[in-house]
Write a protein that binds this ligand. Structure first.
Ligand code: PFF
Length: 444
């Protein structure tokens, strides 16, 4: 008896850790702070938190629920469940859009994962020591201006991802511990922020909203980022759900994953913005924000060499646990649908994504003027996926779960009483889908 209980406990833990490993990544530490900066601060943060709670959580649970029933890759899962419930096979589109989005996201995610790798080397070799903001900025600008450097590190990151996925060991990776260590360093950096004299300003910037900054594009950015950061709308959480036993309480698991994910993002903000304000940096400077602020601190604080190297090492790990989770569904699909074996499928997917990543990294230099609708290739990949494909696929998942699945079994599965389930129904049937539609409509 005790052996069974233990086995169940450890699988439940394993699941929550794996889902957290996918959720916590560059999205929290690299993307969230710079999006806050570009969107003008607290109004974005509060809308983002609302989107996580009212839209993100129900969609996360819906994707797990669908995955647990289907037990296949996201496309086949959707097709099969739809057929079983007498609906059209077109529901498979939810899976198709998701896997396609995963594919596109990984191309630019790997470029930034490469930045983390490169900065690990720089931090370890003392490159940042004693530099002022001009010096740190020059290093970042020089890095971006060099296609060869960006290509080298993007390739290295992609290679790591491919090797891990090809070996099929991703499930066995110890994901939790490294993420926890990253949390520790972030805490230290929040502590450092308190010594800069600009901590109060950073807190106000993050939590005291200026609602006049809120417009349709901020809403869309907040919504899109809620999907990105929770790994929603890309078949990933659906795929994770397919490995789930009946014993796992989905609402409780979602609560843990979401709290962890949100804590990381907010801590990253609390670590970065004091440095921004103390040094007169521009909060809206864009994707380079974390790569300019934290090195400035590491270069000028006691123990910064060790702390900085460790930070970028752990950031790379966090990025890898997410990139692995992005590549898995693509590889699984190729394995199931083509004669390719796992290694071939991984290499084929990896090389294709890597090649697309080259177009993304050239956006920072040679191709910076290649634009569509005012966006360079990097921004376009991000825009189309986060602000369009993820919300659409997530919308499909929740509409299916809330309107097409047999609701008595959903109630049983979520272990809710009558009141709890009524609340769930309102959220899943109306609030979340209408929320997504409202944001879309606002932007047309
Ligand atoms: N959620 C990850 C992050 O915030 O870094 C990124 C990510 C991983 C996005 C996996 C999408 C995904 F499918």
């Amino acid at each position: 008896m005790s052996a069974t209980t233990h086995a169940q406990w450890s699988s439940r833990m394993g699941f929550v850790l794996a889902a957290t490993g996918s959720a916590v990544g560059l999205g929290n530490i690299w993307k969230f702070p710079y999006m806050v900066g570009q969107s003008g601060g607290a109004a974005f943060v509060l809308v983002y938190l609302l989107c996580i709670a009212l839209i993100g959580v129900p969609i996360l649970v819906s994707e797990w629920m669908i995955g647990r029933r289907g037990q296949k890759n996201p496309i086949n899962t959707m097709a099969q469940l739809a057929r079983q419930h007498g609906h059209t096979r077109n529901w498979a589109l939810v899976g198709i859009v998701g896997v396609l989005a995963a594919f596109l996201i990984l191309s630019f995610y790997s470029v930034i994962g490469g930045w983390a790798l490169a900065y690990m080397r720089d931090a370890a070799t003392g490159t940042f020591s004693g530099l002022d903001k001009g010096g740190i900025g020059a290093i970042f600008d020089g890095f971006l201006a060099s296609p060869a450097e960006l290509l080298t590190w993007h390739s290295a990151f992609m290679l790591l991802t491919v090797v891990i996925v090809a070996m099929g060991v991703s499930a066995g990776l110890e994901r939790g511990s490294k993420v926890m260590m990253l949390a520790l360093i972030l805490m230290v950096m929040v502590g450092y922020g308190m010594t800069t004299g600009a901590f109060g300003q950073a807190v106000a910037y993050l939590f005291n909203p200026d609602w006049s900054k809120l417009d349709g594009s901020v809403l869309l950015a907040a919504l899109g980022h809620a999907f990105f950061t929770l790994s929603l709308g890309m078949g990933i959480m659906m795929a994770y759900g397919s490995y789930l036993g009946e014993d796992v309480n989905l609402l409780r698991a979602a609560r843990t994953v979401v709290i962890m994910d949100t804590t990381f993002a907010l801590c990253a903000g609390l670590a970065i913005f004091p440095i921004v304000f103390a040094n007169g940096l521009d909060p809206a400077s864009g994707p380079g924000l974390v790569f300019v602020t934290l090195p400035l601190a590491f270069g000028n604080m006691g123990g910064g060499l060790v702390l900085g190297s460790l930070f970028f090492l752990l950031l790379t790990f966090a990025a890898l646990t997410s990139s692995i989770s992005l590549l898995e569904p693509v590889v699984e699909l190729l394995e199931e649908r083509t004669p390719m074996n796992r290694v071939t499928a991984t290499v084929v997917a990896g090389v294709t994504i890597w090649a697309l990543g080259i177009a993304a990294l050239l956006s920072f230099n040679l191709w910076s003027e290649v634009k569509l609708a005012g966006l360079n290739i990097f921004d376009l990949l991000d825009y189309v996926t986060s602000k369009f494909m993820l919300p659409l696929a997530g919308l499909g998942a929740i509409v299916f779960a809330a309107w097409k699945l047999e609701q008595a079994s959903v109630k049983h599965e979520l272990r809710l009483g009558d009141t709890g389930f009524a609340l769930w129904t309102v959220l899943a049937r109306y609030v979340a889908p209408l929320g997504v539609l409202y944001v879309f409509w606002n932007n047309i």
